[in-house]
Design a protein around this ligand. Sequence first.
Ligand code: GUN
Ligand code: ZN
Length: 449
Amino acid sequence: MNASVAVSGNASLVVLGEILHFTGDPSQDGSAATHHHADGALLIRDGRIVAAGDASTVMPLADPGTQIADHRGMLILPGFVDTHVHYSQTDIITSYGEQLLDWLERFTFPAERAFADPAHAAEVAEFFLDELLKNGTTTAAVFTTVHPESTDAFFAAASKRNLRMAAGKVLMDRNCPEFLRDTAESGYEQSAQLIERWHNKGRLSYAVTPRFAPTSTERQLELAGRLLEEHPGVLLQSHVAENQGEVAWVAELFPWARSYLDVYDRYGMLRKGAVFAHCIHLDDADRRRMAATGAAMSFCATSNLFLGSGLFDLHAARAAGVEVGIGTDVGGGTAFSMLRTLNESYKVTQLRGHRLPALQGFYLITLGGARALGLDGHIGNFEPGKEADFVVLDPESSPLRARRNRLAKSFDERLFLAMMLSDDRAVHATYVMGEPKWGQVRFADAVAT
Ligand code: GUN
Ligand code: ZN
């Protein structure tokens, strides 16, 4: 962590800069959903947004003596939301040469074995959260491993930093190595204990986490559905329809199911607060079912390209009314940066014959992600009362970008460059509940009396 100054005792803060946030999907809800203030300000009190808008209207609302963080010249957005990532796969990012099922056997399962050791889990959790903050990500839906110790280690590290995070112990009782296997009953018991220990503790949410249908027996899926019934408000995360070989395997294992998604439907897992990674090889009936139930999709472009899985159809998903967020899916994904992931998402959308405008891209990694996880009551934009998690982006993060920016004629064009030419260097600072947790932050003089 590298924040040079903490907010001193004073619970109020004004942040100056160019502000962008959304109250809807600009591609569906029109221009009223986009809030852009070139000369903007946030007023924060006790870690929450009091006001966001033009500096000229926000500044008079600040009490005399309120500290000012001056980020003029930078773009301020709500903290990014990574809707699908595996902290336990940090160390196997970009492992060469395999598609999903072989990649799991060869790299993933051996790496996850090490998380039986709480010291290893704690060390990786610290590195992982540093990496998220460095990339402007303040909320994520995180797979741990089958070991409850790995979930404890993750939640403890997130809690120490006061981050809004969702995570869960992986459920996996068949078709995996013995050393990573639980049972339907032990997985149920351990998940229930973890829910008790961590769900709604501070800013943490528990997510019931069946890895994917092939590694759970029907009994385990049934008990996962029971956990959701017994603990309202708990989230669910899993994978679906990522790879053709996986889809064929699911058809063999669950011959009664109409589709891969239908397996999860049978066990009551399609609901608001459930997020499914990939969703590539689905049909329109599946999409309609997700929209009707409120289940969300996580679009994981870098992973889908790296593992050769296929091209997610963002347009079809949104047209069907499904909530979509963006996921890095590290270690299948190749970057922790949501900005680099947006870059690849744009290209996938192009290959599907559609476009991904920058405004929609930034919606997807902020409010869209928050909605996908059912956390939009807390985070995702700068409406009054929301938690003040935000990221400060430097428009001149590289010489090439600074040079390219000079040719941009509109805000839309500059925003597209932010989406296509950025990486972690673009993140000047990351704030959590109004406090700088990463980057160089200097406070200017307090608001004059
Ligand atoms: N499907 C089941 N497990 C995994 C995983 O760890 N990563 C990805 N990308 N897909 C999966
Ligand atoms: Zn994944």
